[in-house]
Design a protein around this ligand. Sequence first.
Ligand code: MRU
Length: 321
Amino acid sequence: MRHRVTGVLPRTIDWDPGGHVVLVDQTALPALRTTAVADVDALVDAIRRLVVRGAPALGVAGALGVALAARTLDGPALDAACDRLAAARPTAVNLAVGVARARAALPGGPDAVLAAALALRDEDIAACHAIGDRGADLLTALCGERPLRLHTHCNAGALACVEWGTALGVVRSLHARGRVAHVVADETRPLLQGSRITAVELAAIGVAHHVVVDGAGASVIARGLVDAVVVGADRIAADGDVANKIGTYPLALAAARAGIPFVVAAPESTVDPATPDGAHIEIEERAADEVCDGPAWNPAFDVTPHDLVTAIVTERRVWRP
Ligand code: MRU
C-alpha cells in the first residue's frame, strides 16, 4: 500500500491478526508505504535494509519476529531463527533485548510468545510518552519557559519506535505545551533519516523546522541558533557513554563548547548494564556502496562520552552520568 504522508502516521510496526508483522517501509519515506512480513528471514532482511529501524522499533521487531518463528518452527530451527534475529544488527541493544524477552515465553507456546511481544509493544508506547513529558520538563528547567530552538540528529521519532518517539517525543510533548520555536534536523548521511523521516514527522505535526547537512550541525550550534540538542540512543553503556547515529558526537562537542544542554532521550531498555563503557559497544559497519562507488568506511554509529552528556532521560529517571 502506498500513499503520501499527511497528518497522523500509522504505527511503525504492529501485529496483524492475520498472522504477520506490518511495517512502515522506511526505505520508501517520504512516501508512505506499508509492508507485511510473514516469516523470520524476511524480517531479518527488513531489519538489515532499514525497512524497520530505530532502537525501540527494532526491539519490538525482534520480539514479534520470535512470535512469527514460534508459529511455524520448533527445536533447533526455532533457536537458530531467534539467533539470526538477535544478530541482524549489532549496535542497538533493544533488538537482542526484544528477542530475549519473547524467547523467554517460548515454553508457554506461540500465544504466550505473541502476548509477550505485544506487551513489549505497549510498554514502548507508554515509555515514549513518559520520556516525552519528562524530557519536556527537563528542558524547560534547563532552558526556561520560552519556546525553544532544538537540534536533533537522525530520527528518534515515532518512526523509530512504535509511535510518539524518544527525542522527537520530547519535541512532541514540548510542542503540545506551545514551547517549540523551531527544530534543526541534521540530514543524517548516508541514509538521510533526518531529511526523509524526521522532517516528515515534524511537518506532519506542524513544527517549524529546517534540515541542515551534517557538516553544518556544529556550526549552527556555534552560531547560537539552538538552545539545546536532543537525540536518541542505540545503546547506553553502564557508565553513561551513548552510542547513536554517526554524527551525534560532533553535536555533543559543539554543545559543550557553546554551553548548551546535550540531552539523550531513550527507554531503559536501551541502557545496557552488561556493556561497561562506550569502547565496548560494537559499532555496525555498513556497506561502502551506501556512501560512494569507491572505497569507503561506513560506521553507522558513534559514541558520545558521558562527560559530554548533560542528562539521559528515560521513562523512569533523569540520569546525569
Ligand atoms: O540506523 P538507524 O536509522 O537504525 O539509527 C537510528 C538511530 O541512531 C536513532 O537515533 C536511535 O536508534 C534512537 S531511535 C529512538
